[in-house]
Design a protein around this ligand. Structure first.
Ligand code: 28F
Length: 414
C-alpha cells in the first residue's frame, strides 16, 4: 500500500483512471469502435494540426497511411510545448497525450482549441486506444520524442537531436483488441481532408496511401475557401452567378463564412459546418440563413415590381431551388442537439447569420441586377410549378373522392 502511494501521486492515479476509462468505454469518446470510430482517430490528430493552423502557425499537414495501417500525421506548426511542469515533473507534451481533456481544458481557458466538436477529446484518447503511439516534436532548437503503449508512457519526452525547424509528428497503430477493423479506407480520408482544406483556406493538406505497391496520393490547398467549395460542388452544373456570393465576417465573437452559387438545376444543396464538423441536421445557423434568404429575395422582388401587390410572397423552397451553399461558423461552446447530435442549438447564432446574410445578399442583388433577375425568374417559375402541382394534386384528390363515394352504391347493387 505504501509502495503504491510512493509510485503514484494523486494526479497520476487520475491520469490512469481517465485513460483506463477510455479503453473500457471507447464508444463514449469516439462514437463507436467500427471503421467509423477508427477513422475518427485520424481526424482527432489532424484537428490538432488545424487548430495550430487556425492559430496562424501551421501551413502544411501531411498524412500517410503506412503499411500495416500505421497512421503518420505531421505538421509544421510551433510544436507542442516541451517544457516540464515544475510540480508534476511531466512535460506539457506528455500531459496533452496522457491527460484526458487536456486539450479541452486549455481550450476553455485560452480559446486555443477551435476545430473539432462532436467528441473533441483529442490526442489522449487516440493514445489510449492505440497499441503504440510515438510523438516527435521539433522546437526550441531540438528534436524531442516520447512513446506510449495503450496510453501508458514507455519513453517520456527526451531530446534526441538538434533542429532549427518546428512542428509535430505523430505515428500510431490503433489497438486491434478495441477496434473491429484497422483497415482505413483511403477515399474516406481523402474526402474528409479535401473538405477540411476547403474549410480552412490556404491550408495545405496531403494524404498518401503507402499500403499498396502503387501508392495513392492527393494534395489539397484552396485559396478561395468556401468559394472554391461551392465551385467544386457545382462542377458538373451550369452556374447562374459565375462568381459565388461570398461572406466572411465576425460578429459577437462568432466567425462566419458563407458561399452561395445558384445553378440552373432544381435541387437544393446547403451544407452547414460548426467548428469544421458537418451538421447534417442543420440548426440555428441554417435557420438564420434561410430566414435571411427568404426575406431579401421577397423584398427585392417587391421593390423591383417582380412581385405585384396582389401576388403572394415567394416561399423559402422556391427561393432555394437551384441553390448550392456552404455555411461555416465557429462557436466557442457549441450545443449539439437532435437524433445524431449533429444539429446546432445555440440560439445566438441564428441572428448573427441572419443579419450578415441580410446585408451582404441585399447589397449583392443591388449591385448585380442581371444575376438578381435570373435568380428571381427561377424563383417565380418554381413558385408557379409548385402552385400548378398543388392544383393538379387537388384535382386528382377531388376526382378520387367522387369515385370513392360512388363505391358504396355499386356495392349495394351487387
Ligand atoms: C501531428 C499532430 O498535435 N500539433 C500541435 C500544437 C502547438 C501548441 C499546442 C499543439 C497549449 C498549452 C499545451 C505551441 N506553442 N499535430 C499536433 N501543435 N498544441 S498540438 O499547445 C497545446 C497546449 O500547452 C502550442 C504555443 N502554444 C501552443
Amino acid at each position: 500500500m505504501e509502495k503504491y502511494e510512493h509510485k503514484y501521486g494523486a494526479e497520476q492515479i487520475q491520469v490512469l483512471d481517465g485513460l483506463e476509462h477510455v479503453r473500457k468505454r471507447p464508444g463514449m469518446y469516439i462514437g463507436s469502435v467500427s471503421a467509423r470510430g477508427l477513422h475518427h482517430l485520424v481526424y482527432e490528430i489532424v484537428d490538432n494540426c488545424v487548430d495550430e493552423a487556425l492559430a496562424g502557425y501551421c501551413k502544411n499537414i501531411n498524412v500517410i497511411i503506412e503499411p500495416g495501417n500505421i497512421i503518420s500525421v505531421e505538421d509544421d506548426g510551433r510544436g507542442i510545448p516541451v517544457d516540464i511542469h515544475a510540480k508534476t515533473k511531466i512535460s506539457a507534451a506528455e500531459t496533452v497525450y496522457t491527460q484526458l481533456n487536456a486539450g479541452g481544458k486549455f481550450g476553455g481557458d485560452s480559446g486555443y482549441k477551435v476545430s473539432g466538436g462532436l467528441h473533441g477529446v483529442g490526442a489522449s484518447v487516440v493514445n489510449a486506444l492505440s497499441t503504440w503511439c510515438e510523438v516527435t516534436i521539433q522546437r526550441d532548437g531540438g528534436i524531442y520524442q516520447m512513446s506510449f503503449e495503450k496510453g501508458k508512457t514507455i519513453k517520456p519526452l527526451t531530446r534526441i537531436g538538434d533542429s532549427d525547424k518546428t512542428g509535430t509528428k505523430v505515428r500510431f497503430l490503433a489497438d486491434d483488441t478495441i477496434f473491429e477493423t484497422l483497415n482505413y479506407e483511403y477515399e474516406i480520408l481523402e474526402n474528409r481532408f479535401r473538405e477540411m482544406a476547403f474549410l480552412t483556406k490556404g491550408l495545405f493538406i496531403s494524404i498518401e496511401d503507402k499500403r499498396e505497391e502503387t501508392p495513392k496520393k492527393a494534395e489539397f490547398i484552396f485559396e478561395g475557401g468556401l468559394k472554391s467549395f461551392v465551385e467544386y460542388l457545382n462542377k458538373s452544373k451550369e452556374p447562374i452567378n459565375k462568381e459565388p456570393i461570398y461572406i466572411e465576417k465576425e460578429q459577437a465573437e462568432i466567425p462566419v463564412e458563407i458561399a452561395i452559387q445558384y445553378t440552373t438545376s432544381y435541387s437544393e444543396n446547403i451544407y452547414t459546418f460548426v467548428n469544421n464538423i458537418n451538421t447534417i441536421e442543420g440548426g440555428t445557423h441554417l435557420e438564420g440563413f434561410k430566414r435571411a434568404l427568404t426575406k431579401v429575395f421577397n423584398d427585392y422582388a417587391r421593390n423591383h415590381n417582380i412581385l405585384k401587390e396582389k401576388d403572394s410572397n415567394l416561399q423559402g423552397e422556391d427561393i432555394r431551388e437551384g441553390i448550392t451553399a456552404v455555411i461555416s461558423v465557429k462557436v466557442k461552446e457549441p450545443q449539439f442537439e437532435g437524433q445524431t447530435k449533429m444539429k446546432l442549438g445555440n440560439s445566438e447564432v441564428a441572428g448573427v447569420v441572419q443579419s450578415m446574410v441580410n446585408e451582404a445578399l441585399s447589397t449583392f442583388l443591388e449591385e448585380n441586377p442581371s444575376v438578381a433577375k435570373a435568380i428571381l425568374e427561377k424563383c417565380v417559375s418554381a413558385s408557379r410549378a409548385r402552385e400548378a402541382a398543388r392544383k393538379a394534386r387537388e384535382l386528382v384528390r377531388r376526382k378520387s373522392a367522387l369515385e370513392t363515394s360512388t363505391l358504396p352504391r355499386k356495392t349495394c347493387r351487387l
